[in-house]
Design a protein around this ligand. Structure first.
Ligand code: GLY
Length: 564
């Protein structure tokens, strides 16, 4: 029951906009563009990214402009007070990944969210100043710019400064979300904040303090955020609310270039995020678990398709819970988790006749020697470079702590560490020792920014928000395209389902066809068709056989593809 409540909490945090909606009248054809595209959670941000591409900027320039625009126009998840991951592939086929995930503060400790009886204090890791991890986004954007930027940073940030100052139009879904969180804003900040008012569709939202912060960053660079006036604002705000982040935490923050997880599936090469995200390695385990089965023989979203995907997801999420954490702190048995033999063996006790109960599944037997509001956008530029970025405050508006004089929210990413080993977080995900709290540790993530090649050429850029459902949303969309021959928009619009080992439930979107449910129930599957209005929000780009691009902008949100 507790685990189910945890999942219900995600829905309210991430998907409040979609709670009552069924995804219907879905678009099946996406925007087609000749050579360049940005698909993101908001039209304003996609358009700002595309304007940079039109000026001759590359995908990395457009990434910086889009990211900062999302921080203004989509403050529930776009951010400067959070963190993220970028996976890229250049037009020469060079691949890489940047980790600018938040870190636990120096004063963090293993039991910081427990009471004297050793029980997790509800809300302590999700709401308010103690939930905040040291933000990485601004460091990430400057690092990308240093390595790949071709236009001056000042040109990339200016459209967001202007939008923060002049305002943008609040959408219906956005107004609903902002209004929903009013009480939480008050609790986290111990007072009424700027965002705490009744919002209506069509209102103009201006954020002059955010405009000033972005101007200071434009003028003084990365250090403005990590040791300048903005750093003072963050620390003053948090310490006034009982937080533990210090100026030392901010000044010590560093990004890390990582080797992405790369693997082959049939004629495709899949390139995704490595730990501290679980996204890439879980994706690889999922593909290797289903590889021995000819999946395309089962009709899309049919009973057998659901069974096979569910059983693979169940086993992979059990591994996720046990083995994965910050690779700078724990030894992850990557070779075993990536092995075809291991993943095939994990599926050996799967039968078509009956569900495998999650209680019968534990993490795999690997000998270790020696040692959910988030947002995703996809970009392809005219030069053929591709960037997949997932960035997050964790929950909608993060910890709800708002740095008033800076004009931005801070994350609640500390909840992605295990407050207590074996206890579920707000996504219902349980964690083990590998993801326990320690100073300066990066919290395990599910973010799965992913790029796919076919025959050595760029094929697809994809990713999603949605906490624990990110990995399964990305997995199912890749299968939609490469196994079921769907176009990008058709794939993104298609109904999704999700299993994460614990709780032992298959979550189906409201729009999902119920035809197979009775038979699945007879086999022992527990079905939840009530609680998830929608799962994930996938923004993706497909390179079509003729070289043109098709965007897939998720109709579950306000998402939008812009290209030329
Ligand atoms: N905060 C969501 C994730 O990183 O998976």
């Amino acid at each position: 029951m507790m685990k189910k409540l945890g999942l219900l909490f995600i829905i309210s945090l991430f998907l409040v906009q979609c709670k009552e909606s069924k995804v219907k009248d879905l678009p099946v054809k996406g925007l087609i563009a000749e050579s360049a595209m940005v698909v993101s959670a908001r039209n304003e941000a996609s358009a700002i990214g595309v304007a940079i591409l039109k000026k001759g900027g590359n995908a990395f320039d457009a990434m910086i402009a889009t990211d900062l625009a999302l921080a203004v126009v989509h403050p529930a998840a776009g951010n400067i007070g959070g963190g993220g991951f970028t996976v890229f592939r250049t037009n020469e086929g060079l691949t890489g990944a940047l980790d600018y995930r938040e870190k636990a503060p120096l004063a963090a400790h293993r039991d910081m969210y427990l009471d004297e009886d050793g029980k997790v204090v509800p809300g302590k890791s999700t709401l308010g100043a103690l939930a905040v991890g040291v933000p990485g986004t601004i460091a990430g954007l400057f690092e990308i710019h240093k390595k790949f930027g071709s236009l001056p940073f000042s040109e990339l940030i200016q459209p967001s400064i202007d939008m923060a100052r002049n305002g943008f139009v609040v959408t219906k879904k956005q107004a609903r979300g902002l209004n929903y969180y009013r009480e939480a804003f008050k609790i986290a900040n111990q007072r009424v904040i700027y965002f705490d008012r009744e919002w209506n569709e069509g209102d103009t939202l201006k954020n002059p303090n955010m405009a000033l912060t972005l101007e200071r960053i434009r003028d003084h660079g990365r250090e403005e955020f990590y040791s300048g006036r903005t750093a003072d604002m963050i620390v003053d705000c948090l310490q006034g609310l009982g937080g533990i982040i210090t100026k030392e935490d901010l000044s010590k923050y560093k990004t890390v270039w990582r080797d992405p997880v790369e693997f082959e599936y049939k004629e495709y090469k899949i390139i995704s995020m490595s730990p501290p995200s679980s996204g890439g390695i879980c994706l690889e385990e999922l593909f290797k678990s289903i590889d021995p089965y000819d999946i395309a023989q089962y009709p899309h979203n049919s009973e057998q398709y659901i069974q096979l995907i569910t059983e693979a997801e169940r086993r992979v999420y059990a591994d996720r819970a046990y083995f994965l954490g910050d690779p700078d702190f724990v030894k992850i048995p990557m070779d075993s988790l990536k092995s075809r033999f291991y993943n095939k063996n994990r599926m050996l006790n799967f039968t078509w006749e009956q569900a495998t109960p999650s209680s019968a599944i534990s993490h795999g037997n690997i000998e270790i020697i020696e040692s959910n509001e988030t947002t995703h956008y996809s970009i392809i530029d005219t030069y053929g470079n591709a960037v997949a970025v997932t960035t997050t405050l964790n929950g909608g508006y993060g910890s709800k702590v708002y740095v008033e004089d800076g004009g931005f929210f801070l994350n609640n990413e500390m909840d992605d560490l295990s407050a207590k080993v074996g206890s579920p977080n707000m996504f219902g995900l349980v964690g083990a020792e590998a993801n326990s709290i320690a100073p300066e540790k990066r919290m395990l993530s599910s973010m799965t920014p992913t790029i796919i090649e076919k025959g050595g050429k760029l094929k697809m850029v994809v990713g999603s928000p949605g906490g624990s459902t990110i990995i399964t949303s990305v997995f199912q969309n890749i299968l939609n395209v490469i196994e079921f021959d769907m176009g990008m928009q058709e794939s993104v619009s298609s109904s999704r389902f999700h299993h994460q080992w614990l709780p032992d439930l298959i979550y189906f979107e409201h729009s999902f066809d119920t035809v197979s449910f009775a038979s699945l129930r007879k086999k022992g599957y527990i079905i939840d068709h009530e609680d998830y209005g929608s799962i994930g929000r996938v923004d993706a780009i497909l390179v079509m056989p003729d070289g043109r691009l098709e965007g897939g902008a998720d109709p579950r949100g306000d998402d939008s593809a812009v290209g030329f």
